[in-house]
Design a protein around this ligand. Structure first.
Ligand code: PGA
Length: 249
């Protein structure tokens, strides 16, 4: 079964509304007709304006986080209804920056992912090891555990529709992309982990991205790997030309 590649731009805490609108305006003609699904993930303040700006294009909009409760006393959080209302269709969850700086746990990622999925928002679930874990040689087990925890409670037919982003922390924002073989090794292991728990159909359908210093020069090699179905792009997603070159690998 052929999986549709998916390239997502994680803008992180960058781009005001005006900057975000200008970026998607420049991007839209460059990615028109792309064979990959295209997603941009602005900061919360720019989500509504960017969602409006991409109407009628092939660019979808993702949030960078979402809370699991429908509403209530959760200062600083945003609900799935709030995102769905403005046309958000994806949500990055469990990014290593959220885990490292804001105490995000595997359990929280699972709750957020289940709420997003239930609201019709496709979770992009991030996983990935630190340099310490990489050097200790335990990264495959570590990432498999993150994925098992994030997927707990999902049914196999639901797992088939999710997106996972493998992002080794040592490659994020460092300019140090994992080698194509390193990316493939872990993405293949993630797929095997999904297969063991949810079966071959779910494993064949789920899309697994690589993330961490993806650049126009590295995307083609990454996409040649059989278990890499796309990319989650940070820095290079802030420039229309670079991101378009990645989308149009
Ligand atoms: P980077 O970020 O491409 O700037 O390394 C990737 C990410 O954190 O999603």
């Amino acid at each position: 079964m052929a999986r549709t590649p998916i390239i997502a731009g994680n803008w992180k805490m960058n781009n005001t509304i005006a900057q975000g609108k200008a970026l998607v305006k420049a991007l839209a003609p460059l990615v028109k007709g792309a064979k990959a699904a295209v997603v941009v993930c602005p900061a919360a303040t720019a989500l509504a304006a960017v969602a409006k700006a991409v109407k009628g294009t092939n660019i979808a909009v993702g949030a960078q986080n979402v809370h699991w409760e429908k509403s209530g006393a959760y200062t600083g959080e945003i609900s799935t209804d709030m995102l769905a209302e403005i046309g958000v269709s994806y949500c990055v969850l469990g990014h290593s920056e959220r885990r490292d700086y804001f105490g995000e746990t595997n359990e929280g990622v699972n709750k957020r992912a289940r709420a997003a999925y239930a609201a019709g928002i496709t979770p992009i679930i991030c996983c990935g090891e630190s340099l310490e874990i990489r050097e200790a040689g335990t990264y495959l087990a570590y990432v498999a555990y993150q994925i098992e925890a994030a997927l707990a409670g999902f049914k196999a037919r639901e797992v088939a529709k999710l997106v996972i982003a493998y992002e080794p922390i040592w490659a994020i924002g460092t300019g140090k992309t994992a080698t194509f073989e390193q990316a493939e090794e872990v993405c293949a292991h993630i797929r095997a982990t999904v297969k063991a728990k949810y079966g071959a159909a779910a494993a064949n359908a789920i899309r697994i991205q690589y993330g961490g210093s993806v650049k126009p020069e590295t995307i083609a090699g990454l996409m040649k790997k059989p278990n890499v179905d796309g990319a989650l792009v940070g820095g290079a997603a802030l420039k229309a030309k670079d991101f378009a070159a990645i989308v149009n690998f």
